[in-house]
Design a protein around this ligand. Structure first.
Ligand code: MN
Ligand code: MN
Length: 271
């Protein structure tokens, strides 16, 4: 039983490559997410559950889903290097963070292959600060860097419940489409044409459902609401990340299992 291992070199066209970027030095408040990738893979393999997605796809030693291990380049701006290699193999990169700052270098690699990407971003925070604590690469800034460098054509954000005037201005500057948590309704659909990159910050869930995150922002989604949203997506997904799981803040590994479940349901979408 397990998620099969492959090195990036062994990947083939159409494979889905789970890789970890164990990095949390750009976190503004707490560290911990660097330990997340392997713990999420362990949770997928937990004997307390089985390998099936809810629509009955069996991920146990699946012939096109692979764990490629952790990859940490020395230089933050080079973190996309393994993603570039994965894309070069014709495989789909599914990155496990790490804090949310990893999404900027990952998107640098994605944008080299896709010139017309859209981003669908789940988060309690819109992460559009021009800088935070004098750090332009803070985990509160990745979508500002991505948009000002033209790495995506458009940005759709959902679950936001921490807007302030600066980030509202930034959102307007970048033309971000924000569905704040307060305005979200279960029947909302995301209609996005062309290739889509999904960036999923675990703190989009309510901390009651997912306490293992650095920033507890009440008033978020239930696990069921998120799973239903994932299951209803009808998009051309070409890459994903799941970030900001912080095991230091988790209780009995409950958030690891939530992260694992979300990864499984996203995998089902790709298969
Ligand atoms: Mn975030
Ligand atoms: Mn967040």
């Amino acid at each position: 039983m397990g998620i099969s291992r492959k090195s990036i070199e062994q990947l083939e066209q159409g494979d889905i490559a789970l890789i970890g970027i164990p990095f949390d030095n750009n976190s503004s408040f707490l560290t911990g997410p660097a330990k997340a990738p392997e713990l999420i893979i362990d949770a997928i393999k937990s004997d307390s559950a089985n390998y099936f997605t809810e629509d009955l796809k069996n991920l146990d030693r699946h012939s096109s889903v692979f764990w490629c291990g952790n990859h940490l380049e020395k230089d933050y701006l080079k973190f996309g290097q393994p993603i570039k290699q994965i894309l070069g193999k014709g495989a789909i990169p599914f990155t496990l963070g790490g804090d949310h700052s990893i999404t900027y270098p990952v998107m640098m690699a994605m944008a080299e292959k896709y010139s017309n990407l859209s981003i669908l971003h789940f988060d309690a925070h819109c992460d559009l600060y021009d800088e935070l604590d004098d750090n332009k690469h803070s985990h509160a800034c990745p979508f500002a860097r991505i948009m000002e460098n033209g790495l995506a054509e458009n940005l759709t954000q959902v679950g936001i419940r921490t807007l302030n005037t600066h980030q509202k201005q930034q959102a307007e500057r970048f033309g971000a489409k924000i569905t704040q948590m307060k305005d979200w309704r279960p029947d909302m659909k995301f209609e996005i044409d062309g290739p889509v990159y999904i960036s999923f910050d675990i703190d989009v869930l309510d901390p009651a459902f997912a306490p293992g995150v650095s920033h507890h922002e009440p008033g978020g989604f239930s696990t069921r609401e998120i799973i239903s949203m994932i299951q209803s997506l009808d998009l051309n997904i070409v890459g994903l990340d799941v970030v900001e799981y912080n095991p230091e803040r988790d209780i009995n590994g409950v958030t690891a299992m939530v992260a694992a479940k979300i990864v499984k349901e996203f995998l089902s979408k790709l298969l």
